[in-house]
Design a protein around this ligand. Structure first.
Ligand code: HPA
Length: 271
């Protein structure tokens, strides 16, 4: 990754009308509906943006959408790149750097995750308060990282405290139940074994997923305040583990989606 590549990606988007967005939003699996709330949308397909990672056939629908939600200029990533698709850490975080270069000064992230904390139920949402990176690498481990910011990035408070509190208040006001906890990221794409779920629980994780943390690390590198919410799509009970059903995971994410849309659009209104 070079600064010149980032500039070319950004210039292409600016020429399409992506004019100084304030907020960047990453939509997770089964959570695409927020897109319907965008007025005057401008769409850029990932495959047409210079230096963007090439989208796989399966995820050909990946796009960046610019427009307004609640009167604020936003840029939304519909579909993200995952390590389990064969992308590397620089690929999966490249769009975050591009959105930052476009001018965003806040980032919202959503994802689908499994509930490790068994007090949490399928269909609940969880606000990320902290995380554990088990993906075996870092999006900051590259030679010219210091051209882009610090190498030894502070991670003492990776999720913005003020936006977290706003989301907690919004959830209470709207009667939406919002758990809080620690997210652990794995590479995937295979799900976890019973022994792995037990280990993750012992480590202090409340939810497990296959994304988000590289994006959060890069956002911290860029000093970009972020807030992240998981939709808990399955219960990872090692003593009663059911075979995974991806269709059901996507279905649960879809059913929970309206609550996620509500949380994010109210937060956009308030900031
Ligand atoms: N493990 C990892 N990722 C997931 C899970 C899970 O149980 N559920 C949804 N995404």
């Amino acid at each position: 990754m070079t600064k010149k590549q980032l500039e070319e990606s950004t210039e292409y988007l600016k020429s399409k009308g992506f004019d100084s967005p304030e907020i960047g939003i990453v939509l997770g699996t089964g959570l695409g509906k927020l897109v319907d709330a965008i007025t005057d949308p401008i769409v850029a397909h990932y495959n047409n943006i210079p230096f963007f990672p090439l989208a796989t056939v399966e995820f050909h629908s990946g796009k960046l959408i610019y427009g307004k939600i609640e009167g604020k200029k936003v840029v939304v990533m519909q579909g993200r790149f995952h390590l389990y698709e064969g992308y590397d850490f620089l690929d999966v975080t490249y769009p975050i750097r591009v959105m930052h270069q476009l001018g965003i000064h806040r980032l919202f992230i959503s994802n689908a995750a499994g509930a490790i904390n068994l007090d949490f139920k399928k269909g609940d949402m969880m606000l990320l308060e902290d995380h554990i990176n088990l993906q075996g690498g870092s999006p900051l481990a590259f030679k010219n990282v210091s051209e882009f910011g610090d190498r030894f990035v502070d991670m003492s408070e990776p999720y913005d405290v003020e936006m977290r509190q706003k989301l907690i208040n919004i959830a209470a006001r709207e009667g939406i139940s919002l758990q809080k906890g620690v997210y652990v990221s794995v590479v995937g794409p295979q799900l976890e074994t019973k022994a792995e779920y037990r280990m993750l629980r012992m480590m202090g994780a409340d939810a497990v997923g296959m994304s988000t943390i590289p994006e959060v690390i890069v956002a911290n590198h860029l000093r970009l305040p972020i807030v992240a919410v998981s939709v808990l799509t399955d219960e990872c009970d090692p003593d009663n583990l059911q075979p995974v059903n991806i269709q059901e995971i996507i279905e649960v994410a879809g059913k929970t989606e309206p609550k996620m849309v509500k949380l994010f659009s109210e937060l956009i209104k308030e900031i």
